[in-house]
Design a protein around this ligand. Structure first.
Ligand code: SF4
Ligand code: SF4
Length: 182
């Protein structure tokens, strides 16, 4: 016993003070993912890329919101969500301490209003995502009429199909037809 005490006194303290002081980690360390709701457009790219099914994006027609959620209990810190996010809304931090008292505290959640179709009035996409697409397309310089682009983007696929079939003034097929060779 004395032998062990002597050895312990000679060695001194070798353990860290975690959780009082978080351990130092490498700058490339992949820790807890953090989502910035202000940056997120609820496009669901992160959910599709997540190999651990830690991310979910669901449409709630009752509340009219697209609900985004990350469950840290499933996360494997692979960083795929950060790689695919088009707006840099989710990043892996250097945070290693994730102990919580309640399971609910392992969730990060946010919600985004749905846009309704300008023709039929039904919700069909996330308003922020449509706005993001509109701004991106305008920035390409290929569109001059923002109002027309907005109208086009804010029409649901069903109405687009219906109007292409029933309203001939909406499409110009003549550019696809060749003059008859006489
Ligand atoms: S990929 Fe980025 S913008 Fe898209 S839902 Fe995930 S966090 Fe939001
Ligand atoms: S780090 Fe990997 S496992 Fe964790 S939420 Fe992102 S994609 Fe999913």
């Amino acid at each position: 016993m004395l032998k062990y005490l002597k050895k312990a006194l000679q060695t001194g303290v070798v353990t860290g003070t975690d959780p009082l002081t978080p351990p130092e980690v490498d700058k490339n360390f992949r820790g807890k993912p953090e989502q910035n709701p202000a940056q997120c457009i609820a496009c669901a790219a992160c959910m599709n890329a997540c190999p651990a099914n830690a991310l979910t994006v669901q449409t709630n027609l009752v509340s009219g919101m697209q609900e985004w959620s990350l469950f840290l209990g499933r996360c494997i810190f692979c960083g795929r969500c950060e790689e695919v996010c088009p707006t840099h809304a989710i990043v892996l931090t250097q945070e290693v301490q994730m102990a919580v008292w309640r399971k609910e505290d392992l969730y990060q959640k946010s919600a985004y209003p749905l846009a309704t179709c300008t023709e039929c009035g039904k919700p069909f996409a996330v308003a922020k995502e449509l706005q993001y697409a509109e701004d991106l397309l305008m920035a390409t310089g290929q569109f001059e009429d923002r109002e027309a682009l907005h109208q086009q983007l804010n029409t649901c696929p069903h109405c687009k199909r219906a109007h292409n079939i029933t309203q001939s003034q909406r499409i110009n097929l003549s550019r696809l037809l060749r003059e008859p060779v006489l």
